[in-house]
Design a protein around this ligand. Sequence first.
Ligand SMILES: [Zn+2]
Ligand SMILES: [Zn+2]
Length: 335
Amino acid sequence: MKALVYTQPLEMQLQERPDPELQAGEVIIKVAAAGICGSDMHAFHGHDPRRLPGLVLGHELSGIVEESAAPRLQPGQRVTVNPLITCGYCEYCRQGRDNLCFNRTMIGMTRPGAFAEYLSIPAASVIPIPDGLSLVHAAITEPAATALHAVNLSMRVLARPLPEVRTLIIGGGAVGLLTALLLRSYGCRQVAMAEVNPLRRESARKHAGCETYNPLEVSVEENAFDYVVDAVGAKVTRDTALKAIKPGGVIMHIGLQDWASEIDMRKLTLAEISLLGTYTYSMADMYATVQALDEGAFGDLAWVETRSLSDGAQAFSDLHEQRTASGKLVLLPEV
Ligand SMILES: [Zn+2]
Ligand SMILES: [Zn+2]
């Protein structure tokens, strides 16, 4: 089969790889669409010690079951997958918080990923999709589930219901934009977005009705937002989040561009700020997201851009050079 292989920092190569063989308890999926994630870019830049050269990246996908060792899934079934492979028996899996599984592994990281014609994955990770949901849209289930999980965690802590909450989203990449779209569908009326790329600002205005600004030109309104979502996760955006948040507000930290920060613990303490972290999604979040996508909760999704898998190396370098404005590039093996 054809596979797009990460060969060395800043290099992707289309190579011929052996087709995966069916293993007990697994299914082989013929990949229809696979999205490029920020974490794939991180690996491409040589910054991820868990994703080493020789690896097929990609963990956001949809496809069609080709072969199955599980009666639940028949060949021809249209599916998406939860890329986190979890054990099912640890404390967190038993609680339904499987994103925190002690024994989790991941496709496109500890085993070959989705930038290929075929992929093998445990049947337990596979989610059937409704007939009406396109395979391209189904491929954004994973980043959309990241947004859904983060919003659901936040809703437990916010003092007021979302329609009353003034929100700021920092970063208009896929997860930032999907968070804005989801908040809109939940009735959140005031969603502002800070984003440096003018084309992404335009997209957030057009698709999610966000009030937008360029944080390099305008400084953030201080003590002005009940809820701030940091979809970048850098030192500077964490500072912005803490500055923008109103007393009693909630900061949700989704992105993780750099790790360490000095936090203004005085404001955090005296102003009763809740600072929350979030990691991926549970299986329940994935199913809820498939349903939300099918119901059109994330809008028209016209901003999702498709490319051929054969042009995948070019797609990576375009993203690297910031030559594309799209919040999400999806690679199609068949085109
Ligand atoms: Zn991802
Ligand atoms: Zn587990």
